[in-house]
Write a protein that binds this ligand. Structure first.
Ligand code: SF4
Ligand code: SF4
Length: 303
């Protein structure tokens, strides 16, 4: 059996501000809700959401012998889409998380370092690292591990850092001595600001997103659809997070592992449209913007 306190210390040393530990279990309620979401067709053109339905809701089905999930979160400063952007149309709007190094690599590297140190003390433990890389219901695992709750905008909200957090998970084949419990006394309450702020009405119910209307999906993943107004966003969309009271009062991370590298207001729409592929790769090849690519970003600007 592993010592939870030891794992927490390792995680903190590797730069994560939040860590919770939960036992693997079948997430039956999530499975039912996901089935209803698919039945409504809210996955729209994101066909991959229908893959691995037999593994998605049970970590032990995904990783043989899995007993424990260590959920880690790294906050980032999400206040880089200030109101001025709305009245300066010659600059594009870019989701805050994309204005920094790609979190997948940063978080993965740190979780692998945690696993290595853990195996030095417990040679019998096997582990796998996930950063948005498998059909893992990471937000529910984070809730089970006591990191926060799922807000009406369908993102994890943490009491201290709001929703501007990146998640990564370390799945282990051993049990720990003490597991965390979900938080009991916090939540969205009567607040509906994210629903009211969404410019396209994509939050069709509490924790239910219609991806056919979601700007974030349209700017990154789906084929161009002129029926969706992008409201100036060219990569991602932070609208449903900007007005969340928990983000407004969020604390800064003391050990931010993904500092912002540029502001959307550094590069005008005209500069984006004139940018060459080489220039894009050199300047943004290490950021999440690479996922959409220059051509998609340019076509979003022209919309
Ligand atoms: S990301 Fe944007 S479009 Fe999608 S739900 Fe949030 S506010 Fe709406
Ligand atoms: S804006 Fe309000 S309803 Fe939406 S996630 Fe934040 S607290 Fe919850």
């Amino acid at each position: 059996m592993l010592e939870a306190k030891y794992i927490r210390n390792l995680v903190k040393t590797e730069g994560f501000d939040l860590c919770g530990i939960t036992a693997c279990r079948h997430l039956a309620k999530n499975e039912e809700a996901f089935g209803r979401w698919l039945a409504m067709g809210y996955d729209s053109s994101l066909g991959y959401m229908r893959n691995y339905l037999d593994k998605r809701f049970d970590v032990a089905a995904l990783v043989e012998g899995a007993r424990t999930v260590v959920v880690c979160a790294a906050p980032y400063d999400g206040d880089i889409a200030p109101k001025e952007v709305d009245v300066v149309p010659q600059y594009p709007k870019i989701a805050s998380y994309a204005c920094r190094r790609d979190y997948h690599k940063v978080i993965r590297k740190r979780l692998l370092a945690v696993l290595k140190q853990l195996q030095a003390r417990y040679p019998q433990v096997q582990g796998r690292v996930f950063v948005d890389s498998a059909p893992l219901i990471e937000k529910q695992l984070a809730v089970d591990a006591g990191l926060g709750w799922i807000g009406r905008q369908s993102l994890l909200v943490t009491p201290r850092y709001g929703s501007y957090v990146m998640l990564g998970e370390l799945v282990l084949t051993e049990e720990v001595d003490v597991y965390d419990s979900p938080l009991q006394t916090v939540g969205c309450g009567e607040c509906r600001r994210c629903i009211e702020a969404c410019p396209t009405g994509a939050i069709v119910d509490d924790m239910v997103i219609d991806t056919a209307r979601c700007i974030s999906c349209h700017t990154i993943e789906t084929a161009p659809d002129d029926r969706v107004d992008l409201h100036g966003w060219v990569f991602g969309c932070d609208e449903c997070q900007r007005y969340c009271p928990y983000n407004r009062s969020a604390k800064r991370s003391e050990q931010c592992i993904m500092p912002r590298e540029f502001s959307p207001q550094d590069i005008s729409n005209d500069e984006w449209l004139m940018m060459s592929e080489d220039d894009f790769q050199q300047r943004f090849g290490h950021t999440p913007l690479k996922r959409a690519g220059l051509k998609k970003i340019q076509s979003n600007i022209k919309r």
